[in-house]
Design a protein around this ligand. Structure first.
Ligand code: DGY
Length: 321
């Protein structure tokens, strides 16, 4: 019996995932370095029964039309804003993602960026590396986390793991979500309106998913509602923030510091004007990039694929909202 073909959209598969998958399917993946030629991808798509995505292609009706045999799509990320779920659902193709397994890794990096936005660790390192230690001061005094208010927009599993870390630094945590969490008292976090969060938080952290209602959630108007000197941390998606409005706010001092793992555009070119500013830290979308977490994400992606190929419910299936 011939094994089903699955196509790997881009990138290199984790070894543990490859070993498990390779026993069950014929893997079509670009192994030759550089970008996969479009014609090659299209040719593979035409035969594929499953698509393993690492998140950097748009999966929409145009792609689906080229993949008539597709039974399942599994993406090795929790976010799926690059996928048209309605189009997949209309074709009866389940989509899997990887919630849960990356919570701690993402929350750790978010906490690191929160701390950096207050204490400017990255800038201090650059100062030492430049040989300037002892010759001039790196910058003025920084600020404490303790006693400050952190406002989290998007209090899901990752948001609540970040809240725990912030509480360990003696911060108060307020949050805004579409719906109040029933367990917020237990978590020690307080639900507030978006406007109250913007007006009262000393640090604002974005952990929402990107969808039409959260695109440019932070724009010139909402940024003007924030406390002057607020610090902003973004680990969600770059387009949740209007980059131009953020740039202006960082120049004027309305936002004192921005620490971001995600940007718009992404990748952010080295010569982008945001990077000319002193009050910015950017990491290249690496929140989940630890060995353990990426292995766990890859294995869950494999489990989603194998379940989908057998016509079973996926262990982590995205629901059409
Ligand atoms: C995801 O998996 O969607 C996140 O971007 C991880 O950083």
């Amino acid at each position: 019996m011939s094994l089903p073909y699955i196509v790997m959209a881009s990138g290199k598969m984790r070894q543990c995932a490859y070993e498990k998958l390779n026993r069950e399917v014929q893997l079509l993946g670009w192994q030759q370095g550089g970008r996969m030629p479009k014609e090659q991808f299209d040719e593979w798509l035409a035969q594929a029964e499953a698509l393993y995505s690492t998140g950097n292609i748009r999966i929409d009706e145009k792609l689906l039309a080229k993949a008539p045999k597709l039974k399942v799509i599994a993406q090795a990320s929790v976010g799926y804003d690059n996928i048209d779920i309605a189009a997949c659902t209309a074709r009866g193709i389940p989509v899997g993602n990887t919630p849960g397994v990356l919570v701690n890794a993402v929350a750790d990096l978010a906490y690191g960026l929160l701390l950096d936005s207050a204490r400017q660790i990255v800038k201090a390192h650059a100062h030492v590396k430049s040989g300037a230690w002892g010759e001039r001061k790196p910058f003025g005094l920084t600020t404490d986390l303790a006693g400050k208010t952190l406002g989290i927009i998007g209090m899901g599993d990752i948001g609540s793991a970040i809240a725990k870390r912030a509480q360990a630094s003696s911060m108060q945590v307020i949050y805004h979500n579409r719906h109040q969490r029933p367990d917020d008292e237990q978590l020690g976090v307080r639900y507030v309106s978006q406007d109250e969060l913007l007006a009262t938080a000393d640090f604002i952290l974005l952990a929402v998913t990107l969808n039409p209602s959260t695109k440019h959630l932070l724009n010139a108007e909402t940024i003007a509602k924030m406390k002057k000197g607020v610090r902003l941390i973004n680990i969600s998606r770059g387009a949740v923030v209007d980059t131009e409005a953020l740039y202006e706010a960082l120049v004027s001092g309305q936002v004192a510091y921005a620490a971001m793992d995600v940007t718009d555009p992404e990748p952010l070119p080295g010569e982008h004007k945001l990077l000319s500013l002193d009050n910015v830290t950017v990491t290249p979308h690496i929140a989940s990039a630890t060995k353990e977490t990426r292995d766990a994400m890859a294995m869950l992606t494999v489990d989603n694929i194998l379940a989908g190929l057998q016509g079973q419910p996926l262990p982590a299936q995205v629901k059409l909202k």
